[in-house]
Design a protein around this ligand. Sequence first.
Ligand code: SF4
Length: 214
Amino acid sequence: MPPTVRDRRRSLLVAHDARIRACRACHMRGYLDEGESVPVVRDPELDAPVPRILLIGQAPGLRATITDRPFAGIAGDKLRTWFERGGIPRADFWRKIHFAAVTRCYPGRVPGARGDRVPSIEEQALCHPWLDGTVRLIRPEIVLLLGLLAIRTHLGRVSSLSDVVGTTEIRDGVRYLPLPHPSGVSRWLNEPANVAAVSRSMEILRGWVEDLGI
Ligand code: SF4
């Protein structure tokens, strides 16, 4: 039986993912160390259609690197709880969403602090073609932008999360939803007004999912 369009798109995406996995552009330039920092890529589920939702974060964390699965830990669990309210059941988290990031390797910790380092402009530029390629192959209808770096990369200069979480942007027919990172390190989510903004975002997401029949 000849391959279907869906099979061909999936094969192209898996081949693209394999090229990302082999990338060591930042290591070769001394921005990253081999070992903890290797690309984290998750192929779409074999028995599911190519996802119509793309999530773009900042960069994988250490746990994602160890498990080779984005959002495998506590932050991912919070995200699954949010998205359940947004119309994406927990069981569909990996099937209906494709996961990408501004940079695909764990950048390491900020020395002396709890949070992860923000990837440098140089690392972002080196990784950008991978993200571009992923967007071209997925052709997402909904893009979830997680954290300020992903938001700024796609929506331009944004001064704070509070300005954009709970709002949306539609460009060329693609629906963008800015969100905070669910990490427990973030104090932004301690504010009741910000929690309410995330709830508004999940109502918007639910509406989109129903509207598009995702
Ligand atoms: S961050 Fe991106 S460009 Fe840099 S080594 Fe990892 S995959 Fe390659």
